[in-house]
Ligand binder design. Structure first.
Ligand code: NDP
Length: 253
């Protein structure tokens, strides 16, 4: 059985400048959705949007910083002006900055909390009304949050990152209770290792080497494989809500 529930939809994808967000934006556009791409690097967004348009899709590059309330508000205004209300929101923007907690990297704690948790909330806040209205009009409405297996499995030195992802998983579960009765689906995705830029921001050389070693040992999913799961979940009939997807490389414990 296959469904095509993506054509004609209007999506917002954060973190669309690279990795999972980029792959999700490209695939949703390929399946017929109009996609607004959000991240901070305008050139990267334009390149992805250009690729989508070259393939006959519709894409809008919107520079935005999810840690900045005004920037998210401006982005939402621009999307509404160009595309009208949206019915599919994917929160993929995120950062992973590990350190032993006694290093007291308050700068990194703040950045992870503000991007991975408050940033997700800012985006949800900006588009909830659209999702609820779309569902009330009988259309399919989706909120997809990219959490992490780190929400459940603790890794030494990744305590704060894991805590931000546990918060995302909790938020997703809790929001299902608020949104489900109004026919808005909430899907929480917890990936294991995925090939992307995420680990390139690790500044501790030893921890960087450790993660490369783990990747060599178990491999990583491609961002496209993750995007395939997002497209699968959001293309089901509107009464089917895949609420939690845990996707690991087969060799990852
Ligand atoms: P990437 O680093 O490739 O992508 C992260 C994206 O987030 C980039 O496009 C970046 O663009 C954007 N971003 C970061 N900060 C901000 C900000 N303040 N405002 C707007 N956009 C921002 O990594 P992934 O694709 O791997 O990460 C996507 C999500 O998947 C993250 O939430 C991550 O935690 C999660 N995840 C990843 C796993 C992995 O192994 N890769 C495993 C489990 C979960 P820009 O810098 O231009 O803003």
């Amino acid at each position: 059985m296959s469904y095509d529930n993506l054509a004609g939809r209007t999506a917002v994808v954060t973190g669309a400048a690279s990795g999972i967000g980029e792959a999700v934006a490209v695939l949703l556009a390929d399946r017929g959705a109009r996609v607004a791409l959000l991240a901070r690097r305008g050139e990267r967004l334009e390149a992805v949007a250009g690729k989508i348009r070259a393939n006959g899709g519709q894409a809008l590059a919107v520079v935005a910083d999810v840690t900045d309330e005004a920037s998210v508000a401006d982005a939402a205004d621009r999307i509404h002006a160009e595309y009208g209300p949206v019915d599919l929101v994917v929160n993929a923007a995120g950062v992973m900055l590990p350190h032993p907690v006694e290093d007291r990297r308050a700068d990194e704690w703040r950045r992870m909390l503000d991007t991975n948790v408050a940033g997700v909330l800012r985006i949800i806040g900006a588009f909830t009304e659209d999702l609820v209205n779309a569902a009330a009009d009988g259309r399919t409405a989706d909120l997809v949050n990219i959490s992490s297996i780190a929400a459940h499995v603790s890794f030494p030195n990744y305590a704060v990152y894991g805590a931000t992802k546990a918060a995302v998983t909790y938020l997703s579960e809790s929001l299902r209770g608020e949104f489900g009765p109004r026919d808005v689906r909430v899907t929480n995705i917890e990936p294991g290792f995925v090939e992307s830029e995420l680990r390139t921001h690790i500044t501790d050389a030893e921890l960087s080497q450790e993660v490369e070693g783990m990747l060599d040992a178990v491999g990583a999913l491609s961002a496209e494989e993750l995007a395939d799961l997002v497209a699968y979940a959001t293309s089901r009939p509107r009464r089917v809500n895949l609420r939690q997807i845990v996707a690991l490389p087969t060799r990852q414990a």
